[in-house]
Design a protein around this ligand. Structure first.
Ligand SMILES: Cc1cc2nc3c(=O)[nH]c(=O)nc-3n(C[C@H](O)[C@H](O)[C@H](O)COP(=O)(O)O)c2cc1C
Length: 457
């Protein structure tokens, strides 16, 4: 347990998880929300500027190339999940209308090639002057396979084996150009110093990539790597390569255990635990009174369609439970090929509180099993401070109930309370995402070598 004194130096890191018109699965049905804003740039510009006004560390957008199986169209027509802009295209536009806030997008290692991903994020990092992060996922939606000439989603372990090599290639490509490679010698006719552009020549089990990358070295050295896996493979990949860890945690004790485990694994990989920021997701419903907040949340909960609730629960736990009695318990589940972490959080919740399938989907469908905090600005700040000072989190990835209202409540009511308590910044410290997060600028692997080559006889 750390006291507020010690925490004063340590400030919370806050991510805004932006998703269409709101994170609650029924947010689009709220009469104060514009359901047509799902693919509207002005809508996202407003969100980005409001989040920057709130001094958030980063904006985060999730991604999947397919949401549902061939026979689910009717059910998914009850949500906005099937409608989604490509995240890097969207963040490219938002980079032009923001100055400080970090821009984190998701890209899958299962259905992309490392050269693509390295180039997308290095380019966005140039455009945003060092504000970019890559949320590395192995893809949770089995239906994604159908978009890429495959009949089935690769096995969980195989996806992670590919991801481990994938991230090494991406980081290698990000070091193609040394910081001062470009000489732009117009008189001498040389644009870059050939000794400072490096070919990777990677040959591995999954990839053969020569390099170099076409995008120059990022102002922050390399984009920040984010990961959200909670399985053993996921935790190990996160502890070895990720600098920000998103997580699904419902309970403080298990969140503390996850936090301690990741930090210990990072140390075993020779990394400083401070260079791994753990930010569990939390859905917020804010009201000037507790009753007002509960009313906002309950009105959306009441709009969850039972068929959709069961479908969502089934996709989170990797097993179709639509054939089981709604008012009966969750059956025993085989290990999921999609998400081990989220499946375990949901199973633990069901067993801990002895919930029926109906009670369970009402607890997890609205916010995808993330923790939910409903209350006044002071209630929300208490809930954040509790986990932050208990060693359960370095910050939070926030899922507002609706946009723009849910976000405005956070920026106008909750963040001033966190600032008043000395728990969150009142001004940005730097310009790059790494500076916001207090992460080092990674050295270029070639520079050490060339310096060493130059110094040794
Ligand atoms: C906050 C958060 C955001 C995520 N975003 C995505 C996403 O955009 N796309 C995706 O395919 N998976 C996403 N995931 C799923 C994870 O990347 C990962 O696949 C999942 O947690 C399962 O990993 P595990 O089996 O190692 O626990 C997200 C998970 C969390 C907690």
């Amino acid at each position: 347990m750390t006291d507020r004194g010690a925490t004063a130096q340590r400030r919370m890191k806050l991510g805004l998880f932006f998703e269409g018109v709101g994170h609650h699965i029924a947010a689009w049905r709220d009469p104060r929300v514009d359901p047509h804003a799902r693919q509207s740039l002005p809508h996202y510009i407003e969100i980005a500027r409001t989040a920057e006004r709130g001094k958030f560390d980063l904006l985060f957008t999730a991604d999947t190339n397919a949401t549902f199986g061939p026979d689910d169209v009717e059910t998914w027509s009850r949500t906005l999940a099937a409608s989604r802009l490509e995240p890097l295209t969207l963040l490219g536009a938002l980079a032009a209308v923001t100055e400080r806030i970090g821009l984190v997008a998701t890209a899958t290692t299962t259905y992309y090639e490392p050269y693509h991903v390295a180039r997308f994020f290095a380019s966005l990092d140039q455009i945003s002057q060092g504000r970019t992060g890559w949320n590395l996922v192995t893809s949770l939606a089995t239906a994604e396979a159908y978009q890429f000439s495959r009949d089935a989603h690769a096995a969980h372990a195989d996806r992670y084996a590919r991801a481990r090599e994938f991230v090494q290639v991406v980081r290698g490509l990000w070091d193609s150009w040394e910081d001062d490679a470009v000489v732009a010698d117009q008189a001498g006719g040389r644009y870059f110093d050939p000794a400072k552009l490096h070919l990777l020549h990677h040959k591995g089990e999954h990839f053969s990539v020569r390099g170099p990358l076409t995008a120059h070295r990022s102002p922050q050295g390399q984009p920040v790597i984010v990961h959200a896996g909670q399985s053993d493979d996921g935790r190990d990949l996160a502890a070895r390569y990720a600098e920000v860890i998103f997580a699904v945690q419902q309970e403080k004790d298990s969140a503390c255990a996850f936090y301690a485990d990741i930090k210990a694994r990072a140390a075993r990989h020779g990394r400083s635990p401070d260079h791994v920021k753990i930010m569990p997701g939390v859905m917020t419903a804010v009201g000037r009174t507790r009753a007002e907040a509960e009313d906002k949340y309950d009105r959306l909960q009441a709009l969850i369609h039972p068929v959709l609730g069961v479908k969502l629960l089934s996709s989170f736990i990797g097993m179709d439970v639509s054939g089981y009695p709604l008012d009966g318990p969750l059956p025993d589940l085989p290990p999921s090929n999609t998400e081990h972490g989220r499946q375990k959080v949901i199973l633990d919740l069901a067993r801990r509180e002895n919930l029926t399938i109906r009670q369970l989907y009402m607890r997890v469908a609205g916010q995808r099993a993330h923790r939910t905090v409903v209350g006044t600005p002071s209630d929300i700040a208490d809930a954040f401070e509790d986990w932050f000072t208990a060693g359960a989190a370095d910050g939070f990835n926030i899922l507002p109930l609706t946009f723009p209202d849910g976000l405005n409540d956070l920026v106008d009511l909750v963040i001033p309370e966190l600032q008043r308590r000395g728990l969150f910044r009142s001004e940005y410290e730097g310009r790059t995402l790494r500076e916001h997060l207090g992460l080092p600028r990674p050295a270029n692997r070639w520079v050490k070598e060339t310096a060493h080559a130059a110094s040794s006889p």
